[in-house]
Design a protein around this ligand. Structure first.
Ligand code: SF4
Length: 180
């Protein structure tokens, strides 16, 4: 499994018409990063700037994520970053169940290819889609199923900067865990 396998998934995502979100997208946003990678970060869905560029987390929330990654001592280029769904929902609304169900096999394929030691699920949508659990207050900072760590979504931290310290502290745990 390697970059060629990831590129093949990217092509499928760019051509995908499995849910109605394909109708209004400018670009699908498969995700970005090396394969294999020790850490994978999973958000909710592309936003406006991601839809325009085809790259994950390049808008305001992405810049906040970059800062948090740096503060945590991680290197963004060494992590694989993606979202539960790959096309932008209108007005950045929450993804619908049907959209998540239609798209989730791409994320699973990426997890299989990237084969991360630890997967950071950022926000309730990612925790619900991957683990079937939600409730950030109860889940965040815990290691679940030996492989998953749940934390805030960067957009939530953008709205409430008081969450930044906890967000960075969760990302720091990824550094510790990757050495296990
Ligand atoms: S969101 Fe996922 S399932 Fe829906 S069109 Fe985009 S790639 Fe396909």
């Amino acid at each position: 499994m390697n970059q060629d396998d990831l590129a093949a998934i990217d092509l499928q995502i760019h051509a995908c018409r499995l849910c109605p979100l394909c109708q209004n997208r400018n670009c699908a946003v498969p995700g970005l990063g090396p394969a294999p990678a020790r850490i994978m970060l999973v958000g909710e869905a592309p936003g406006r700037e991601e839809d325009m560029t085809g790259k994950p987390f390049v808008g305001r929330a992405g810049r906040l994520l970059d800062g948090a990654i740096e503060q945590a001592g991680l290197v963004r280029a060494e992590t694989f970053i993606t979202s539960v769904i790959k096309c932008r929902p209108p007005e950045n609304r929450k993804p619908k169940k049907l959209e998540i169900a239609s798209c989730s096999h791409y994320l699973q394929a990426q997890i299989d290819i990237v084969n991360p030691e630890i997967i950071c699920l950022m926000g309730n949508t990612a925790a619900q889609a991957v683990l079937g659990m939600q409730g950030i207050a109860a889940l965040r900072g815990r290691i679940l199923q030996d492989r998953f760590l749940v934390t805030y979504h960067p957009a939530a931290v953008l709205r409430n900067r008081n969450l930044m310290e906890g967000f960075v502290s969760d990302l720091k745990r990824l550094n510790t865990l990757e050495n296990h």
